[in-house]
Design a protein around this ligand. Sequence first.
Ligand code: 28G
Length: 685
Amino acid sequence: MTDNDDLFGGSAPAKRAAASGRAASARAARSAPQGTPGESGYDASTIEVLEGLEPVRRRPGMYIGGTDEKALHHLFAEVIDNSMDEAVAGHASFIEVELEEGGWLSVTDNGRGIPVDPHPKFPKKSALEVIMTTLHAGGKFDSKVYETSGGLHGVGVSVVNALSETLEVEVARGQTLYRQVFSRGIPKTKLETVGRVLNRRGTKVRFKPDAQIFGKDAHFLPRRLFKMARSKAYLFGGVEIRWKCAPSLLEGADNVPAEATFKFPNGLKDYLLHDIEGKELVTDQLFSGKITKPGSHGSLEWAVAWMSQEDGFSISYCNTVPTPEGGTHENGLRIALLRALRDHAERVGQQKRMAAVTTDDVMATCASMLSVFIREPEFQGQTKDKLATVEAGRIVESAIRDTFDHWLAASPQQANKLLDWVIDRAEERLRRRQEKEVARKTATRKLRLPGKLADCTNAGAKGSELFIVEGDSAGGSAKQARDRATQAVLPLRGKILNVASAGRDKLHQNQQISDLVQALGCGTGSHYKDADLRYEKVVIMTDADVDGAHIASLLITFFYRQMPRLIDGGHLYLAVPPLYRLTQGTKSAYARDDADRDRLLKTVFKGNGKVEIGRFKGLGEMLPAQLKETTMDPRKRLLLKVVVEAEARPETGDAVERLMGNKPEARFTFIQERAAFADEAALDI
Ligand code: 28G
């Protein structure tokens, strides 16, 4: 709201008051010059006149949070809160609320009555008129009394006046009845003396909200008013609330009587018992209490119960105004309950199990009600529904901790039941968190699959295949050619790292290798787990040329060194893509190498005219349909299984080291020894 200070005219205190409610106006006014107190202890000069009501009508939302149903009912809260102030201060014992036909609502208290003596600065105006027609002029500056003020609450009855089509005030004071009528904040009559009254005192405000502001269909809801009124009686045991509602308005409103009287000397305890009626409890006794400090500073009342089948709730109030967002007082309660339970756990040797318990565990199934009375409360939050006064937290915490200590000590059986209950809640929470973590880990493991992997949709390893493909373009063809359900494709760019000559660090830093390891899911080296392998077959699919052969040998080396059991398990295969396509008229066939080509020429295509021979430069050159037909389709393809034969085992390790290891001399020797066998085709580049 402070951002909008410039929207308000008037003095600096006026701006401040407008920004933060009546508490601010009270502070501003306390430093104003004091007049001579009159016989009632009140002098109209203590009222600092702030400003007129035009801003309220212009921007109602700034004062009551909107113009919706909630805002409408806020008018009632504002009026009844003024009566509650009078009651809590000990000057009123009852409050009457009446909803009439035609949308009129009236609130009456038997307090001292709003002062009617003339205002010194405006001798023609009464204090009442000033209170009713100026913003924030209604502060009670005597700091011995409560104020409901704060945030949107306590904006003052003048706001209600400004937003009412008509508002009538009656004041019975000094055995005289006074009356004044306003319309949209403007006096319609002077303050009139109606006559003498002998057994009436206090204030009555009767008003009809302005349809221009709230809309012509807006109306008070009996059920809502009824509950608001009743809660006030629970919150202050010293007040009686009388409810009356025109029966014609009660059609459809279930459980709202036309007339009722509320007085709850047991206050919040009764409130909570009413709220949790029929619910199964952990301990058969409530934990409730009330601390009233003389001088009415820092009083509090609370009632707490633990339910065994229900989620908990916390309802709190400050000066009988609801604080649905909690705040310092609620935090004080939570901490007090936890700390007292900790102390108890220590006494019974359960501190270890108790260590994990948090306030959330304590409150999880706890039904709590807390009401504090403090002077000049401060509120925060968007809707000013949260108590911010730090002192309130301290008062609540120390008071409740002490009393809860006693409560626990007085009934060890109950105390232990409760202790077990909260510890169970904490353990359950930890268990749930762990389950969630495991679930998330599984999820992220899935998510951490390399981006280039086109995984198959079948979940299990059984029947699924991973094609490791050379190059992105071949990868693209393979992705189109595959059977999505069972075949996954991982394209690798260029030559992969030679694991036989690279150090461990390099191995772990290599993106291609780590993509491959992640896609397989089975781990490497001593961490290899066959059960975690995500595919039944791992197929190396490279071009049918020397580069392809090199890449294949690098991959086989990787598997041999890092996942020998994958090879032993018979999971590793080489795809055999064709090198040639032979066509003769409508007849066509594929040949995987020169020998195959010659064989086909001599058999299938023998004699019948010219045979066209096409040579694939790489897998990427093949149409997806061709790739599927020749290399990937399980019904037509040829796969070579990579095996290390038992009798060749010792030499294999040796050969891999010699050919792929980091000693070029060894490789050179090998090549020299075999040079005679090297066939020209193999050197064809
Ligand atoms: C019926 C609907 C709402 C109220 C009172 C009583 C006094 C009061 C209200 O005084 C001005 C300025 C600072 C104290 C207080 C009367 C003291 C002596 C009151 C209400 C006075 C406001 N005599 N009852 N305002 N302050 N009931 N009910 O509004 O010094 S408002």
